[in-house]
Design a binder for this molecule. Sequence first.
Ligand SMILES: Nc1nc2c(c(=O)[nH]1)N=C([C@H](O)[C@@H](O)CO)CN2
Length: 118
Amino acid sequence: MDKVYIQGLKIQTTIGFFEWEKQIKQTLVIDLVMGWSIQPAASNDELDKTLDYAEISVAIEKFANENPVDLIETLAERLAQYLMSQYHIPWLKLKVGKPGAVHNAKTVGVEIERGQQQ
Ligand SMILES: Nc1nc2c(c(=O)[nH]1)N=C([C@H](O)[C@@H](O)CO)CN2
């Protein structure tokens, strides 16, 4: 299966378990790989036939800000379900990193894979 991907997307959103985290925005870094056949778009050079990574990047930050949660696990799961249903994505791999969370780690995060590779 072909892939369309977004790597290292930095978003600012409210996320965290602790009370102080609910009062601020923090940086999350999103890596997303989406299964998609690119041939229909490529054959006629048509954006409409593929996954628009620019539109999806904006949608990710909007979704995170409209659906604040405590855990990055919850955000990953809900965001994956949203993207799959909104854009008819059959399979995706999603990483959510929270680089500011552990001061002596480069980053921490979760990675999930959902759906079926066709
Ligand atoms: N596996 C996780 N561990 C932790 C999370 C999380 O979302 N998933 N969150 C926190 C706090 O919000 C933390 O980021 C504050 O520094 C702690 N552990």
